[in-house]
Design a protein around this ligand. Sequence first.
Ligand code: COA
Length: 345
Amino acid sequence: MSKKEYTVGFEIIGTGRAVPPKRITNDELAKTLDTNDEWIRSHTGIGARHIADEHTACSDLAVEAARNALSWAIECHACAEKTLEELALTVDMVIVCSSTADYFCCPATACIVQNAIGAKNAGAMDVVDACSSFIYGLETGAGLLSVNKDRRRALVIGAEVLSRFVDWTDRGTCVLFGDGAGAVLLEKTDSSKGLLRTILGADGSGAEHLVMKRGGSRNPFKQGDTVETPPHIEMNGRAVYNFAVSAVTETITSLLKAENLTIEDIALIVPHQANARIVQAAAKRLNIPEEKFFLNIEEYANTSAASIPIALDEINRSGALHSGDLIICVGFGAGLSYGGNLIRW
Ligand code: COA
C-alpha cells in the first residue's frame, strides 16, 4: 500500500448525528429476501439498519446532523455565538463526505447544506472516497483551515442514503448497508487538542472489488437504454474483507509508530462500521482487546462515510471520553482507500 503522512492539529468543538426513524431488523428483511437473522449477525454483527423515506435525500440528513453539531458547540463549548444562526455565519467551510450525493455530477451536496444551515460565509465542497470519505474529509477540513489564516471553523459531515444504491434482491450486499449522517465542527485553536495526525492511503488496483458500474462517464446511460436494475453497488466481499483487515491493522500500527505511542496510550479506537468480524480480526492481529474498539454496527449497519461521525457523536454524548484522551478513527472502503485520524479529545 502506498503511504502519505503529514501532521495538523484542530479541535472538535461540536458533534451531531441524524438517523432516519424507519428501522428495519434482519427478521423484517428476511420476509422478502432469502436470508435470516442468524446468518447476518454471525457474518457481520448487524442486527438492524435505518432507512430514509422516499422524501429524504443525503443533504436532509446532513443538515440535521450539522445543526446538531452546531447546537452542541453552543451548549457545551464556550462559543461566543449563542444562536445557531450566529454560529453558522462563522463557519468558513462546509464539507460533505458522501458517495450518495443529492444529485449526480452537480451541484455538490455541500452547497445545498451550506444554504440550508445559513453558513453564508462558507465555501462548500464534497469529498468522495466511499467509506474512507470522513477520514479524508477531516484532514481536508483541517488542511483548508490551516492554509488560510482567516479561516477558523469547518463543518465536516459524513452523510449517506445508501439504501437508494443497493440491489435489494442481492442478499450478499443489501443486508450490509444503512442510511444516516454524522457531523463535527472543527475549530482552529491554540489548544493541544484535536486532530494530531492523519494517514491516508489507497490501492486503486482493487477498484473493481467495490464499484457502482452504471451511470458514470465510463458506462453512462444512453438514450433508449432500458434500466432493469437501478444503479447499485457490486462487491467482491472476500477481497474487500481481506483488504479491510490489513488496512485497519496497518493504519493503527503506523499512527502509533509515527507518534511514538503504544496502544495503552489510546483510550478508544473508532473504526468504520462495515463488519464486526473485520474489527475482531484486526484486534486479534494487533493483539488489542476488542473492547478498545467502539462498535455500533448492530444498530446502524454500514453507513459508509457517516459511520465514524455517527459513532463520534454517540461517544461524545455518552460522556465516555475525557478531555485529553487520545482516540484513533480508522476507515477503509471502495477505491480501495483507507486512512486514520489520531485525535486528542
Ligand atoms: N444471508 C444468507 N446467506 C448469505 C447471505 C445472506 N445475507 N449473503 C451471502 N450468503 C451465502 C452465500 O450465498 C454463500 O452461500 P453458498 O456457500 O451456498 O454459496 C455463503 O453465504 C457464504 O458466502 P460468502 O460471500 O463466502 O460469505 P462470507 O463469509 O465471505 O461473508 C460478507 C460475506 C459480505 C459478510 C463478507 O465477505 C464481508 O463482510 N466482506 C466485506 C464487505 C464490506 O465490509 N464491504 C464494505 C466495505 S466498506
